[in-house]
Design a protein. Structure first.
Lengths: 199, 318
């Protein structure tokens, strides 16, 4: 089990480093998928298969796909890759790397001092997860529910727009009535152009 | 189970699945011809069965061309994902008592995870082709498959509630007295609809709608890379059919005059034929119609189904 744990941890770290150093966003996201799978493997090696599979279904299978979806819609060309390249100059790297190295040092120091050694393998099945979610952590679950509901309502509100399916003849009538209303204002002269055709 | 037995099962499952996927080329074309009152392939071999060999040879010898404007690495990766994820899903399917590669205790969730990984093949294939038709196909495919994954997962949860396990062999064993199609008819129908959308088969082949998008997400693919998408689709059909059999139609269970694996394959084959019949008979809905049906009809239905199942399960338990 220990070999699996260290192997998948190494893959997770390597993949995550690849995520932040790629110039093309899609490649970065693909490495992020690999990283999530490695994290799922870590969960599995520590004896939590339910969480491991959920990690793949939710993170690798749904959230990253939606991110890729957005990146595809943004139509990022080679200019973006160029821009990323400029952002990732050694000069920019320096500050964050020093700070992260200090943090890494702290973690290593703490790990060495506490000396818990090997991660223990405790098998946790889906029933145990469900019992603790709906027992001990019920408030967190409810609050997450509220948060998601707010998100859904917000998205539905932003996405809502009036749909009008009018026949093209009816549409023109509507256009002409609008223009009549508008034409009382003198500065709207430009918009009176499309009135030209009437059946 | 000894190691050699295990290896035999793995190799056997792989061999049978790949052969079924290849054989379905012939089955589909013959059956389509039958239902559309034509002859279909009938030249090579008895009843035209060597069309499989001819088609495979043709795919191997076609020029395997990667467009210069494509993102090469992702372009090559995409067709491998579809076949890989579909084949991995067969790991958890119990073909007969004892004949299963790995009877995971999160088996059902593993199937859902693999089908959600399968989305990447369409998305990446369409994006890497760097072609606007492919990109449109990929966008449609991604939103269609993500939406229908939700209903697919939720429709199966009713069965999990009744069984109390994610293990597929437990689910089959729980159908000893009564198949789940009788207890969960709504879930079975929704699962099948979602399964068609997940495998993007006709009538839901909106990501590759030929009449609008040339060939959609795989418009730029040729040779064996296109062949991988092709094989992946057939493996996907077989997978959804065998999941239907396992979840709702009693898996290997059946009267004793045939061995269990024979029952499994007969039931699965019936669903595969139903897939082909759907292709032969139904027109393709519009993209917005597909999404609207999903979110406005299937999602509420599947939630009501879950609610009722939960209530009845609690009530009968006392």
């Amino acid at each position: 089990m220990n070999v699996l744990f260290y192997l998948s941890s190494a893959i997770a770290i390597a993949a995550t480093i690849m995520v932040i150093t790629r110039y093309k966003p899609i490649h970065a996201l693909l490495y992020l998928v690999v990283s999530f799978m490695a994290v799922a493997m870590i969960f599995l090696s520590l004896g939590a298969p339910f969480v491991a599979v959920l990690e793949i279904i939710l993170y690798a299978g749904a959230i990253i796909v939606l991110m890729i979806f957005v990146v595809m819609m943004l139509n990022l060309g080679s200019e973006t890759a160029q821009q990323e390249k400029e952002w990732l100059l050694p000069k920019v790297w320096l500050g964050p790397s020093i700070l992260s190295l200090v943090l890494l040092g702290e973690i290593i120091y703490l790990l060495l001092r506490s000396g818990t050694g090997n991660a223990s393998f405790i098998f946790i099945d889906s029933k145990k997860v469900a019992l603790s979610l709906y027992g001990e952590y019920i408030i967190a679950v409810e609050l997450t529910g509220f948060l998601l509901m707010a998100g859904i309502v917000g998205a539905a509100h932003i996405g809502k727009h009036k749909k009008k399916h009018l026949h093209r003849f009816l549409q023109e009538e509507e256009v002409s009535t609008k223009i009549e209303v508008r034409s009382t204002k003198p500065e709207d002269e430009k918009q009176t152009k499309p009135v030209a055709y009437k059946p | 189970m000894t190691v050699t037995q295990h290896v035999l099962i793995v190799v056997g499952v792989l061999f049978v699945m790949l052969n079924i996927a290849a054989g379905l080329i012939w089955v589909e074309r013959r059956m389509l011809a039958l239902w559309q009152d034509r002859l279909g392939p009938n030249r090579a071999g008895p009843l035209g069965i060597f069309i499989v060999v001819a088609d495979t040879l043709k795919l191997f010898f076609k020029e395997d061309w990667i467009p210069p404007f494509a993102d090469k690495k992702v372009f090559v990766l995409a067709p491998a994902i579809v076949v890989g994820s579909a084949l991995l899903s067969f790991v958890i399917i119990p073909f007969a008592p004892g004949i299963v590669v790995a009877d995971l205790n999160v088996g059902l969730l593993f199937f859902l995870a693999m089908s959600s990984i399968g989305v990447y093949s369409i998305v990446l294939g369409g994006w890497a082709s760097n072609n606007k038709y492919s990109l449109l196909g990929a966008l449609r495919g991604a939103s269609q498959m993500i939406a229908y994954e939700v209903f697919m997962g939720l429709s199966l949860m009713g069965v999990v509630m009744l069984t109390g396990s994610f293990k597929l062999s437990d689910i089959v064993a729980a159908q000893q007295d009564m198949w789940f199609i009788i207890k969960q008819p709504v879930a079975a129908i929704i699962f099948f609809i979602a399964g068609i959308a997940e495998t993007h088969r006709l009538p839901f082949d909106i990501p590759e709608a030929e009449s609008e998008l040339i060939a959609g997400f795989h418009a730029e693919y040729s040779g064996m890379k296109f062949g991988m998408f092709f094989v992946g689709e057939y493996i996907g059909i077989t997978l959804i059919s065998s999941m239907m059999t396992t979840m709702f139609f009693g898996g290997w269970l059946g009267p004793a005059f045939l061995p269990p694996w024979a029952w499994f394959f007969i039931k699965t084959f019936a669903f595969i034929l139903f897939f082909i019949l759907l292709r032969a008979s139904l027109p393709r809905p519009r993209y917005d119609q597909l999404m609207e049906t999903g979110w406005k009809i299937l999602l509420p239905l599947v939630l009501v189904n879950l609610l009722v199942t939960g209530a009845v399960a609690l009530w009968t338990r006392g």
